[in-house]
Design a protein around this ligand. Sequence first.
Ligand code: 9UX
Length: 72
Amino acid sequence: GTLVGQFTIGGMTCAACVNSVEGILRNLPGVKRAVVALATSLGEVEYDPTVISRDDIVNAIEDAGFEASLVQ
Ligand code: 9UX
């Protein structure tokens, strides 16, 4: 099955940042869908929790130089 996680993503200031973060997320094993919005600083990620965790997703965003946290 899949879960959907919502993340706040800080540090995105232009549309290319959004494309970059979406590309990073979509390339992660276990991520099936990722949509990032600049105006709200929100990302929504559909993922397989047997392959990748929410913490893994947060860490991947932060490794790319952005701030990320899980929306509860
Ligand atoms: Mo735009 Mo984002 O020039 O890391 S790509 S600010």
